[in-house]
Design a protein around this ligand. Structure first.
Ligand code: AMP
Length: 184
């Protein structure tokens, strides 16, 4: 049983590493960004509401995200564990997650923070070339990260569930460090 929360700035390699970890641990990779991008592509009601925030590099309002996570974590495949990527993104989401995990009796094992310096992030994201990866939007997403998401590092550190991993290495090296964490 593995339940992991991955934290880190945009471009830290969370998506790639979350996918690798979910394969290693045989649990689903749950990415709110991926779920939202599919909703946008399928033009669902959620997608239509989320799109403007995503392309501006803003967080989608919590009311669109919280039920989505509650439903996703209640799916049968999530009962054997999960790797959460992109959620929680602010303190209210983290508090919601605490309550939810308590309610469904599924405590997480670790919060892993992928640490990457700002200059590296911007150049990585420009190379990635996703629709929300234009340079001004990248800088805005970093600001949103600093203001809303970075406080989660202290939120989890104070509860001694936080592990920091150097994300400024080759993908394989980051993955090896992460494996050490999950394999104890
Ligand atoms: P990501 O792929 O995780 O970088 O997410 C892409 C975009 O989806 C973000 O810039 C936000 O607009 C939105 N998003 C993803 N996860 C969340 C979340 N937990 N809360 C609010 N917005 C989110």
């Amino acid at each position: 049983m593995t339940r992991l929360i991955l934290l880190g700035p945009p471009g830290a390699g969370k998506g790639t590493q979350a996918k690798l970890l979910s394969d290693i641990c045989s649990v689903p990779h749950i990415s709110t960004g991926d779920i939202l991008r599919s909703a946008v592509a399928e033009k669902t009601e959620l997608g239509q509401k989320a799109q403007q925030y995503m392309s501006a590099g803003e967080l989608v309002p919590d009311e669109l995200i919280l039920n989505l996570i509650r439903e996703r974590l209640s799916q049968p495949d999530a009962q054997k564990g999960w790797v959460l990527d992109g959620f929680p993104r602010n303190v209210p989401q983290a508090e919601f997650l605490d309550k939810l995990l308590d309610e469904i009796d599924q405590p997480f094992d670790f919060v892993i923070n992928l640490d990457v310096p700002d200059e590296v992030i911007v150049s990585r994201l420009i190379k990635r070339g996703r629709q929300d990866d234009a340079e001004d939007i990248i800088r805005h997403r970093l600001e949103v990260y600093r203001q809303q998401t970075e406080p989660l590092i202290d939120f989890y550190r104070s509860r001694q569930r936080l592990v920091s991993v150097d994300g400024n290495q080759e993908m394989e090296a980051v993955n090896a460090d992460l494996r050490k964490v999950v394999e104890g």
